[in-house]
Design a protein around this ligand. Structure first.
Ligand code: F6R
Length: 241
């Protein structure tokens, strides 16, 4: 693991965007894995700037997002489809056919998981997967106790994750109870991983993830076993003074 501590959220976002840009420059037809949430928003804004400055071209890039709620339509303001098109895809020259997010707005969500996993395989696997980390050490929606060898699957969201995500909805009750998430194995299959650590109160969980025992109770700790992980930690928000 290559671990970098930076002083601000902006510095983290800048470095992360450069890493993604480098991946695209070296391999224009890269397959990228993206996350939603507060953590990567700054990185997406920097990527849009790099694109507007003519430095990167997304026309050959394929993307797969980590997760999506079950039961929200793609145009729902809190769906991850909406988030990604609003913050990133809608501002780039990416082709719509090359953008993939799990489809949780269907009758057969189990089938949707299989289709998603097959699409990742057909694209040749993920070259670079960007991750945030939850306050309980989750990655994607892989909550503590998740199967460390799991592929894309339907997840029952824990009360703590629903509570954490309630800030985006009218109430906790409005947060969907289920989501589709890439599994830990899907994530571990990515050739490179970029883990971004940002958000108040995450200092302890990040330290346990990076230096503690590998345990399904801290799903992100499995990343210690991945051969090519870069971690960028924003000290200003995680709690280190
Ligand atoms: C979202 C995702 C989640 C978030 C995590 C951190 O697609 O995969 O695992 O990365 O919940 O969220 P933020 O960045 O909002 O603190």
């Amino acid at each position: 693991m290559q671990i970098e501590y930076v002083k601000t959220y902006d510095e983290m976002s800048q470095k992360a965007a450069r890493s993604v840009a480098q991946q695209i420059l070296l391999k224009p037809e890269s397959v990228l894995g993206f996350a939603t949430g507060f953590t990567p928003e700054g990185m997406y804004a920097r990527l849009v700037e790099l694109y507007q400055e003519g430095l990167i071209d997304f026309s050959k890039v394929t993307t797969f997002n980590l997760d999506e709620y079950v039961g929200l339509s793609p145009d729902h303001l809190q769906s991850y489809h909406f988030f990604m098109w609003d913050r990133l895809f809608g501002k780039l020259n990416i082709s719509k056919e090359k953008v993939y997010l799990p489809d949780g707005n269907v009758e057969d969500v189990q089938k949707s998981c299989l289709i998603y996993e097959e699409a990742i395989q057909s694209a040749g696997g993920i070259d670079l997967q960007v991750l945030g980390i939850g306050p309980n050490g989750h990655i994607g929606f892989n909550e503590p106790g998740s199967d460390l060898s799991g592929m894309t699957h339907v997840v029952e969201l824990t009360p703590s994750t629903r509570k954490a995500n309630a800030r985006f909805f009218d109430s906790v009750g409005a947060v969907p109870q289920k989501a589709i998430s890439m599994g830990i194995k899907t994530i571990m299959n990515a050739r490179r991983i970029l883990l971004l650590g940002s958000g108040s109160g995450k200092w302890d969980i990040i330290q346990k993830t990076l230096h503690g025992p590998i345990t399904s109770m801290i799903p992100a700790s499995i990343l210690q076993l991945h051969p090519d992980v870069t971690v960028i930690i924003d000290q200003s928000t995680t709690g280190l003074k």
